[in-house]
Design a protein around this ligand. Structure first.
Ligand code: AMP
Ligand code: TRP
Length: 370
């Protein structure tokens, strides 16, 4: 290798590969239509009702990004079958997730909203990426280790190669910005490694696949379980008490917050006082995200309060923010045909972007065209 690049295609002279040879933000459009808008891609699995963690860590940021980005949002049903799932409920869960996203503020006329299995380009690129990614890279993925634990022999190969499909989701659109919660950081680093190895192996180092910038935003990029401040809040946690679902009614929200695990001390007045108090930090972070502030200013306002008092205030705020979303979601679900039409339209638009990019990737790998 004497072209000044290492095996992952990074320039050896200390910098990254030249991002400007193939402008990533515009690459999917015909030259005549290229604009300055950066493309955003993100996904969510239809594996249950979205939680407050999904909302604060991801979806709320997706809504904001619509203002000045070309946004593509995907209900990732292909990822949802990497764990044991119920085939009788997957289609409805996919529809419900789409309804939740629209209810939360994703505007399907502005953003492209679709479900992953409707666009086969994801799978074609995922296969190529499975042949680019190295086993050693996949072995480092902490999400696989967390999900499979000591029983990895009994989990699907799909769960193991999951990050290659995720990289394909993003790169099939030449998206450059990916808003996610903190738990997805490692997957995005891997996606960049895959992109760079592809560029190095098949594009002579040209930036065909752009580098991705993770957008891990806000004071609630990792919302923790209400029962255990050291565990992530998750749709699939066996305990419903551990999470707030976007469909919970006011009484349920109030009860879950009242029962949330805390410690006996009152709230501190500065962030140093949150050290070693994960449950307090979590409840402060949730409030900060909902009010668009940060931990410090919430503590300036509420420092010194006991949890009994603070929990009431937090529950009221949660109800005020989440109830309109739950109501809109119920309304939308009364009209499944409209949701399906939105997803069909989104899939058509997504396919039109992904198809030429994935075809070009296939060409660069060297497949015969007849
Ligand atoms: P998933 O539910 O795994 O499909 O995640 C969808 C999005 O929500 C991803 O961007 C996750 O990083 C984000 N997310 C999931 N759980 C949490 C959480 N507890 N806190 C913050 N973000 C989360
Ligand atoms: N793996 C992500 C999660 O569980 C979901 C996902 C799939 C995703 N494909 C993606 C997120 C592409 C961002 C971009 O949260």
């Amino acid at each position: 290798m004497n072209d000044g690049r290492d095996f992952r295609g990074r320039a050896r002279s200390g910098g990254r590969v030249d991002r400007h040879r193939f402008p990533p933000e515009n690459a999917a459009l015909p030259f005549s239509e290229r604009t300055a808008m950066q493309r955003v891609f993100s996904g969510i699995q239809p594996t249950g009702i979205p939680t407050l963690g999904n909302y604060l860590g991801a979806v709320r940021n997706w809504v904001k990004l619509q203002e000045d980005h070309d946004c593509i949002y995907c209900v990732v049903d292909l990822h949802a079958i990497t764990m044991t799932h119920d085939p009788k409920t997957l289609a409805q869960a996919t529809r419900e997730m789409a309804a939740a996203l629209i209810a939360a503020g994703i505007d399907p006329t502005r953003s492209t909203l679709f479900h992953q299995s409707a666009v086969s380009a994801h799978l074609r690129l995922a296969w190529i990426f499975e042949c680019v990614v190295r086993l050693g890279w996949l072995n480092r993925m902490t999400q696989f280790k967390d999900k499979a634990g000591k029983d990895r022999e009994n989990f699907s190969a799909g769960l193991y190669t999951y990050p290659a499909l995720m990289a394909a989701d993003i790169l099939a659109y030449h998206a450059t910005r990916v808003p996610v919660g903190d738990d997805q950081r490692q997957h995005l680093e891997l996606a960049n490694d895959i992109a760079q190895k592809f560029n190095f192996d098949f594009c002579a180092g040209e930036t065909f696949f752009p580098l991705i910038e993770p957008l891990i935003l806000g004071p609630a990029a990792r919302v923790m379980s209400l029962r255990d401040g050291t565990k992530k809040m998750s749709k699939s946690d066996p305990s419903d008490q551990s999470r707030i679902n976007l469909t919970d009614d006011a009484d349920t929200i109030a009860l879950k917050i009242r029962r949330a695990k805390t410690d006996p001390e009152p709230l501190p007045s500065d962030t140093a006082g949150l050290e070693g108090r994960p449950e307090a930090r979590n409840l402060i972070g949730i409030y900060a995200a909902l009010t668009d502030t940060d931990h410090a200013s919430v503590l300036r306002e509420h420092g010194g309060r006991g949890f009994g008092d603070y929990k009431k205030i937090l529950a009221d705020l949660l109800v005020a923010k989440l109830e309109p979303i739950a109501e809109e979601m119920r309304r939308l679900l009364g009209d499944a045909a409209t949701i399906d039409a939105i997803l069909r339209d989104g899939a058509g638009r997504a396919e039109a972007i992904a198809e030429p990019i994935v075809r070009e990737a296939e060409k660069r790998v060297g497949f015969l065209r007849v």
